[in-house]
Design a protein around this ligand. Structure first.
Ligand code: AMP
Length: 137
């Protein structure tokens, strides 16, 4: 599947690249939540993190860690969000697996209006039991 990110990998579309190796690429998000907001993507195309190969998936978080440490130095942020949207309902817009690495500052106001849910009595235990028996090794 061709996406804007595969065109960035092939250099048909320019991007502000901050890291590149044989397997992955990291570049600045064109619409940053905060300056320095970076996307880390595998070079092998996959639609999202649920179908991405485990080695590529692991690489994304390791590169995200390197980028996050550099961001702490360069933009002097107080914290870093690692975010991955998988599927349209989760907010995914570009269907090539990507990890968002987002610098955060104390009281920066990003991602306000959190949804704080609650479980009914026994609901969490039952859901956890079902998940535990469904998770595949
Ligand atoms: P998501 O909603 O998780 O699919 O995020 C896709 C991200 O890709 C958004 O934050 C966009 O701003 C970003 N984006 C889309 N096109 C480009 C581009 N050409 N260069 C850099 N970032 C892009």
């Amino acid at each position: 599947m061709t996406t804007i990110f595969s065109k960035i990998i092939s250099k048909e579309v320019p991007a502000d690249i901050v890291y590149e190796d044989e397997f992955a690429l990291a570049f600045l998000d064109i619409n940053p939540v905060q300056p320095g907001h970076t996307l880390v993507i595998p070079k092998t195309p996959s639609i999202d993190g649920l179908v991405c190969g485990p080695e590529d998936l692991a690489r994304l978080i390791v590169i995200g860690q390197k980028v996050g440490l550099a961001l702490k130095e360069v933009v002097q942020c107080d914290g870093i969000n690692f975010i991955m949207n998988n599927g349209e309902a989760a907010g995914q817009e570009v269907f090539h697996t990507h990890l968002h690495v987002i610098p955060r500052f104390s009281d920066d106001g990003a991602f306000e209006e959190p949804i704080v849910g609650e479980y009914e009595e026994g609901e969490a235990t039952s859901l956890a039991d079902t998940l535990a028996t469904t998770i595949k090794n």
